[in-house]
Design a protein around this ligand. Structure first.
Ligand code: PMP
Length: 350
């Protein structure tokens, strides 16, 4: 069996241990002679598995008791529309740091008046003055396409909502600064199809007019089982969370992500052949976009990288170039292997 180094931006690589566990339980979960996919979500073992997943989220991220932890569907994209409605927002301020902030703005504009700080080119985090007179401030903690990370959003007089799709579980969350944090599972947490929402309960509107599956307060009351939930996705998430615990928790994930990112940015910065346009203090630890001196070499780079077992390095179609995504499950040997490949490629083509 060959596992390659997976630099995909998402859906992304999962820990090999988790995949092996799932494989070994696929025909017989808990002695039932059937997989977890094939039984009722109301079965007490499935309910216990959901409770365990929620408890692991709470403990790994130190989530306060007055926050709901929800496993929803629709992806982070659905949340761009659902969060304004669930928080009953009329006015929203968005810190715009890249392509995903732009999508959050478009979603919010359908439901509320939206003020924006920040614009292209997304190479730094804009200065954000005091935010007032809005129902909440929204920001994207890690811009997956532009490779921009908001290190510290600061304290604000209004509630703060954070899209953490591509950085959740890669660093601790300061709950004194955040009222709602959400993200699709398919980067650091599990397969696509599950969206994690962690929200301060008292902010949730009791009367959204939404279908129950999209209503955060109703989903909270039903332990994320208003209807048939994405059971297999939550089953894998529960195992990924257990893996994070065994590896030393979110602090250990953070240290690894700092080490991986530093090694790759160092290689980029000390070369004239590769470049990254983002201000050093605003650089993502999860997604490292980089350009080659000659864009005509991009296809060759990606092709030869694949031959060396370094997969999915092409940048997002909207910005071009290359991108290495360094999520939690990426083995530590992956970045040194990439750096060595980059240096050899530069020597041959530079
Ligand atoms: N926000 C960010 C930061 C993302 O990276 C993505 C997906 N790459 C999304 C939102 C959208 O997620 P989904 O496809 O789950 O809707």
């Amino acid at each position: 069996m060959k596992r390659t180094f997976n630099f995909s931006a998402g859906p992304a690589g999962l820990p090999t241990r988790v995949l092996e566990q799932a494989q070994s339980e696929l025909l017989d979960w808990k002695g039932l002679g059937t997989s977890v996919m094939e039984i009722s979500h109301r079965d007490k073992r499935v309910v216990a598995m959901f409770e365990s997943a929620q408890a692991r989220v709470r403990s790994l991220l130190a989530v306060p008791d007055d926050y709901a932890v929800l496993f929803l569907q629709g992806g982070a994209t659905a949340m761009f529309d659902l969060i304004p409605v669930n928080l009953g927002a009329r006015r929203i301020h968005v810190l715009n740091t890249g392509a995903w902030s732009e999508k959050a703005i478009k979603g919010a504009q359908k439901h509320a008046q939206v003020e924006v700080t920040g614009q292209a080119p997304y190479t730094d985090v804009p200065e954000l003055g005091p935010v007032a007179g809005v129902d909440y401030l929204h920001y994207c903690h890690n811009e997956t396409i532009h490779g921009v990370r908001v290190g510290d959003i600061g304290r604000h007089a209004v509630p703060v909502v954070c899209d953490a799709s591509s950085s959740i579980f890669a660093e601790p969350i300061d709950w004194t600064q955040h009222d709602l944090v959400y993200g699709g599972a398919q980067k650091n947490l599990g397969p696509s199809g599950v969206t994690l929402v962690i929200a301060k309960r008292r902010l949730l509107s009791a009367d959204t007019g939404l279908a129950g599956v999209f209503d955060f307060a109703k989903q909270d009351a039903a332990d994320s089982m208003v209807n048939t939930p994405p059971v297999f996705g939550v089953y894998l998430i529960e195992k990924v969370l257990e893996w994070i615990e065994d590896e030393g928790g979110v602090d250990a994930m953070q240290q690894r992500s700092i080490d991986r990112a530093e090694a790759l940015y160092h290689a980029i910065d000390q070369s004239d052949f590769y470049s990254n346009p983002v201000a050093p203090h605003a650089r993502s630890r999860m997604n490292v976009p980089f350009l080659l001196a000659d864009p005509a070499l991009e296809d060759r780079f990606a092709q030869q990288a694949e031959q060396a077992g370094l997969m999915f390095l092409k940048g997002h179609r909207s910005v071009g170039g290359m991108r290495a995504s360094l999520y939690n499950a990426l083995p530590m040997q992956a970045v040194p292997a990439l750096v060595q490949f980059m240096s050899e490629f530069e020597a041959k083509n530079g």
